[in-house]
Write a protein that binds this ligand. Structure first.
Ligand SMILES: [Zn+2]
Length: 455
């Protein structure tokens, strides 16, 4: 790796626009070992898909058993079948970076486990992400509200405000009341509670985020206040027994209401599109980005950021981005799902749509060790893909470096207004009156992100 472009991509800081990095307290309590650092991530879904049984995967991640060799041996056959895949590639990169393992085997894992200096110490989470992965900052989706108090007074961990329950048509009303002071008994009081939530949190969060594609179609339909009022009534009376029609109606209304406020506060609205994490429940009819065309056309002053390149429906995204000035694409999770698909996507994108609407990296991971692997993988494939553009004469070496710097740093920092958000987090950190106010969107989390109960 001697050329300027490859060196630049390997060494430049990089923004991560999507992670689920575990809160510091839960990170320290997690008691990881080498196998959970390396395998407690998406790779288990490929192992399962390759035929590993659930018990052996559970045993692989069971840190109460110190027998590293046998825990790995039970999934070794499946590992050999997936090792060319993107999830496994990131594991191999992390194994080399963090444990100096060149070839993953029962013996190499055991040997490295005896000498590792990763011990869940305070600050280890930050050190792995900032110093090892060389990330500029990370944007964490904690999967649910309230926002964690630990985000105040620092500028490395930025947060999304999660609105999944609203978009899903299953609004968590007691929690909304607890953090806004608004009792919800009608559609107008639900509107006030959501307004209050945004009013109090918009300065501190980088985006709104919803993953409702896991539980319903992304297809969106305009709903009147009267229709939504009747659907909310069902939700208040029936809770989780609400009919599917009412749930979709309430979800559509809330999605639209939230989208409008996102526009008012100039917050990007991140939406999960495409492949599901996990196994055994994906509904391909829910996840295509094409379902969102009506929503993005309805809210032209709201910036929509569609995630995971809607794998495998990625070219639809390029068409949406090309056509609508308020739609952009986040390649979070995309490199590891399938790095060949992702790098071809980048090439098709830059020859088809404006590059200021392409966000190049998010590890989408709970553990920092996984993010280290995903960041190395993204750098490797981005360099390879831009290198190809240079060798085919579409970019000079210099313009390749400039484009890489723009995609890795300048574009996300600008789009998410990271400087202003950082200033607000620092100011709020020293403002005790603000922290002690009865109704604010921050609390010490009582649940880990892993156990948030949401996709
Ligand atoms: Zn995610």
């Amino acid at each position: 790796m001697t050329d300027d472009l490859s060196r630049f991509v390997a060494q430049s800081p990089l923004c991560s626009t999507h992670e689920h990095t575990e809160f510091e307290r839960f990170y320290q309590e997690s008691r990881r070992d080498i196998l959970t650092h390396l395998f407690d991530n998406y790779v288990i879904h490929d192992l399962f898909s390759a035929g590993a049984n659930p018990q052996s995967i559970e045993a692989l991640l069971d840190t109460s058993n110190p027998d590293i060799e046998n825990r790995f041996k039970a999934v070794e056959t499946a590992w050999q079948r997936i090792r060319m895949g993107g999830f496994a590639e990131a594991v191999r990169l992390a194994a080399f970076e963090l444990f100096e393992i060149e070839d993953i085997s029962p013996e190499s894992l055991r040997r490295s486990s005896e000498t590792t200096n990763l011990v869940d110490s305070p600050g280890e989470r930050l050190r792995l992400l900032r110093d090892v992965a060389n990330l500029d900052h990370v944007q964490v989706d904690p999967n649910r509200r309230p926002l964690p108090l630990e985000m105040l007074g620092q500028i490395f961990f930025h947060y999304d405000l999660n609105v999944f329950d609203l978009c899903n048509g299953t609004p968590e009303l007691s929690e909304l009341t607890e953090i806004t002071g608004e009792e919800v008994h009608s559609i107008s009081s639900l509107a006030s509670a959501i307004e209050r939530l945004l009013e109090r949190s918009h300065k501190y969060v980088v985006a709104l985020k919803s993953q409702h594609a896991y539980k319903r179609t992304l297809e969106w339909t305009e709903r009147s206040d009267d229709e939504a009022a009747s659907a909310l009534d069902s939700w208040l009376r029936l809770g989780s027994n609400i009919s599917e029609a009412d749930r979709l109606c309430l979800g559509d209304w809330c999605t639209s209401f939230v989208a409008r406020l996102a526009g008012t506060y100039n917050l990007p609205f991140k939406l999960h599109t495409g492949l599901y994490g996990g196994n055994g429940f994906m509904n391909l009819n829910y996840i295509s980005a094409r379902h969102l065309s009506r929503l993005v056309a309805r809210h032209t002053s709201t910036r929509f950021l569609l995630m995971h390149i809607a794998y495998p429906y990625s070219d639809e995204l390029i068409a949406l981005v090309k056509h609508y000035n308020n739609v952009a694409v986040d390649m979070c999770w995309a490199w590891c799902i399938n790095p060949v698909h992702a790098s071809e996507f980048v090439q098709r994108f830059i020859h088809g749509a404006p590059v200021n609407k392409l966000f190049i990296f998010g590890g989408d991971a709970l553990t920092p060790a996984a993010t280290v692997g995903y960041a190395l993988q993204a750098r490797r494939w981005l360099a390879r893909c831009l290198r190809r553009e240079v060798s085919e004469g579409f970019l000079t070496e210099k313009s390749g470096v400039d484009l890489a710097g723009f995609l890795m740093m300048d574009n996300p920092k600008d789009y998410f207004d990271v400087a202003a958000k950082s200033a607000a987090l620092l100011a709020a950190g020293s403002d005790t009156a603000f922290r002690e106010a009865r109704y604010n969107p921050f609390r010490n989390p009582t649940k880990s992100i892993r156990n948030s109960g949401r996709s």
